[in-house]
Design a protein around this ligand. Structure first.
Ligand code: HPA
Length: 270
């Protein structure tokens, strides 16, 4: 694994002049951020040694290097989901490469179903914490001490200062920003009403099929993390609306301008 990380990092270092220290994983709902990145250099995943290829509809696979709000950034256009069949080491490989390239701050975004009764479709939720319900932890197996500790703390998995900064930015811009705990599940099914209810009872506010593996590895690698979920549908025992992939994408697109505004400013100030 160490050798593969080095190989991929060297490949990218040879291609990219001015390496950023900030990375963004563009989930459903943040694709439009790409339009705001200037002086873009696209590197398709298919050209990157050891990178898996993204398969799901609505996610294209590119690394993008460029400038956002005057700051150099690296963006992942499309991520690798566990439900696609990748194992946890593949899902989180890009985060390992980021660290090897010198990235110390990671921004992540996703679409999620809301269980919190105060939430509305189109809300933007800052992830304050998560619950890992994937069947596996990406750190299972041999620990490489050069990558991080055997038993990493997850007490502040999402950086408190970045959360406070996001709140300030949202208040200035008059954007409603809610806080919540993200429950990460393997998917690809959406939840049964009883499952949404269960996730709410155990302390979750929103549920989705990504993010948790990457955030675990980023924490293992001592990176600062900031995450947002776009609430694309609501679930619970008295909610009968059936979520579809198309609806999730549509709702995410509607919320997109809010997420883009917050992220641009946050990247600049972070
Ligand atoms: N459940 C799981 N993942 C999701 C959902 C949901 O309701 N909405 C968007 N991604």
């Amino acid at each position: 694994m160490i050798e593969k990380i080095r190989q991929t990092a060297s490949f990218l270092q040879a291609r990219v002049n001015d390496m950023p220290d900030t990375a963004i994983i563009l989930g459903t709902g943040l694709g439009a951020l790409v339009d705001y990145i200037e002086d873009k250099q696209f590197i398709p995943y298919s050209e990157i040694p050891n990178f898996p290829i993204s398969t799901v509809e609505g996610h294209s696979g590119n690394l993008i290097f460029g400038t956002l709000g005057g700051k150099r950034v690296m963006a992942m256009q499309g991520r690798f989901h566990y439900y696609e069949g990748y194992d946890m080491k593949q899902v989180t490989f890009p985060v390992r490469v980021m660290k090897a390239l010198g990235i110390n701050t990671l921004f992540v975004s996703n679409a999620a179903g809301g269980m919190n009764k105060e939430f509305r479709v189109g809300d933007v939720m800052v992830i304050t914490d998560h619950i890992n319900l994937f069947p596996e932890n990406p750190l299972r197996g041999k620990n490489y001490n050069e990558l991080g500790p055997r038993f990493p703390a997850m007490t502040e998995a999402y950086d408190h200062k970045l959360i406070a900064l996001a709140d300030e930015i949202a208040a200035q811009k008059g954007i409603r920003l809610v806080h919540g705990v993200y429950v990460g599940t393997p998917g690809p099914t959406f939840e049964t009403p009883a499952e949404y209810e269960y996730f709410r009872v155990i302390g979750g506010d929103a549920v989705g099929m990504s993010t948790v593996p990457e955030v675990i590895v980023a924490n293992h690698a001592s990176m600062r993390v900031f995450g947002v979920s776009v609430i694309t549908d609501l679930g619970g025992k008295d909610v009968t609306q059936v979520p579809t992939h198309e609806e999730v994408q549509q709702a995410a697109e509607l919320a997109q301008p809010k997420v883009v505004e917050i992220m641009r400013e946050l990247v600049k100030q972070a």
